[in-house]
Design a protein around this ligand. Structure first.
Ligand code: PLP
Length: 398
């Protein structure tokens, strides 16, 4: 075992007994490379992070320029920092008029934590509703919102968690009565990611919106995985035509740098700035280098009409893979695909074949029978065809 590998296992905190442990030397576009020059198609994109492709030159330049100007100055919200202000303004210009105030943080979990606090503070209630098979992050607040009973395996060892959370099945119209006048917030991914890509049923998000309006509960969208073009709209809320009261973003909004945000109306957001003042604070949230990177990534998406191409790219993957006899079903929203094999033993086998063949894929937290395809949105048609050829040859070897 080489030294770096030994040190990785000795000194880097492990998240599973069997990490992939592929050493990365560099990355570009849809690929990353090992020190020996082995090339991998990155069909995970850091779990929907690298939407503009690895080492996008525009993003790298923005990072270098901002790093040369200033890094961290003062805790969030005190100073006027150009990258932060310009990025907040740009994001708001793309969102409905209700969502005009951005609170930047460092990660998705923090964005969800902030949204939960905001919903409690604004409504004066504490009960929450979330969806079964939902993943919202690993800190105690989001962990408490992970949908039971499927998530109990991840929740049980860390009990007691935040009380007052009810899980309802996603897409079940009959379960909406669990949202009542005592509910502070309803947290939902408009397209469930870790459930194995489950788009909303026709009219479901509208029905959720109506029920929240009837009861005064705040509707919170977790677009941490679906935001920044992944589903073929800049935000899934536009694709499905429903505006939440709070929107959580992370992953791709940093253009590859750590950044998260929750976004709401000025009225709702202002409830965090008094009684108590400093009721929600962060040292590094909205770091200027991360905001400069995120803004450059968003500009890149827009200047190159990348989001407009997402639907046809996703459809091409679907068309190329759907007729293989091993494929039971493909669930998809834009360039977020779950290729269902219907069997976890096959899934584990194909992961090994992918690793040998230079394909980086993954399964889902709540679905170990399907593999993920969520490449950089910049992937070319030729790369889609080539990576599909490799995937099909692995499927044929199952
Ligand atoms: C839908 C969703 N919400 C929240 C998170 C948590 O984000 P983070 O890992 O940045 O804390 C994730 C991460 O996978 C996610 O997919």
């Amino acid at each position: 075992m080489d030294i770096l590998r030994r040190q990785f296992f000795a000194h880097v905190g492990q998240t599973s007994p069997s990490p992939l442990a592929i050493e990365v030397a560099r990355a570009e576009g849809s690929f990353f490379y090992t020190p020996e020059g082995r090339r991998y198609y990155d069909l995970v994109a850091g779990v929907s992070v690298s939407n503009v492709g690895h080492n996008n030159p525009k993003v790298v330049k923005a990072i270098q320029e901002q790093a040369a100007n200033y890094l961290h100055i003062m805790v969030y919200g005190e100073m006027i920092e150009k990258p932060q202000v310009r990025y907040a303004e740009k994001i708001c210009s793309l969102l409905p008029p209700k969502l005009q105030s951005v609170y930047f943080l460092n990660s998705g979990s923090e964005a969800v934590e902030g949204a939960l606090k905001l919903a409690r503070r604004f409504t004066g209630r504490h009960k929450m509703v979330s969806m079964r098979k939902a993943y919202h992050g690993s800190t105690i607040g989001p962990l408490s919102m992970m949908g039971s009973p499927e998530a109990d395996e991840w929740k049980r060892p860390f009990m007691p968690l935040v009380p007052g959370v009810t899980s309802i099945p996603f897409n079940d119209f009959g379960a909406l009565n669990a949202i009542t006048e005592r509910t502070a917030g309803v947290l939902v991914e408009p397209v469930q990611g870790e459930a194995g890509v489950r788009p909303p049923a026709e009219g479901y998000l509208q029905a959720l919106r109506r029920r929240c309006d009837e009861t005064g509960a705040l509707l919170i969208f977790d677009e941490i995985q679906t935001g920044m073009g992944r589903t073929g709209s800049m935000f899934a809320l536009q694709k499905y035509g429903v505006t939440p009261d709070i929107l959580c973003l992370a992953k791709a909004i940093g253009g590859g740098m750590p950044l998260g945000a929750f976004i709401s109306s000025r009225e709702i957001m202002s409830s965090l700035s008094h009684d108590p003042a400093l009721g929600h604070i962060t040292t590094f949230g909205g770091h200027p280098v991360c905001c400069a990177a995120g803004l450059a990534a968003l500009d890149y998406l827009m200047e190159n009409n990348i989001v407009e191409q997402v639907e046809s790219k996703g459809a091409l993957y679907e068309e190329l893979l759907m007729n293989n006899p091993q494929v039971r079903e493909i669930r998809r929203s834009g360039l977020l695909l779950a290729v269902e094999l219907g069997n976890s033993a096959k899934l584990y086998r194909i992961m090994g074949l992918f690793k040998e063949a230079g394909i980086m894929s993954d399964w889902f937290l709540f679905c170990d029978t399907a593999f993920r395809i969520s490449p950089p949105l910049t992937i070319s048609e030729e790369e889609i065809r080539d990576s599909s050829r490799i995937i099909l040859s692995c499927l044929d070897r199952l």
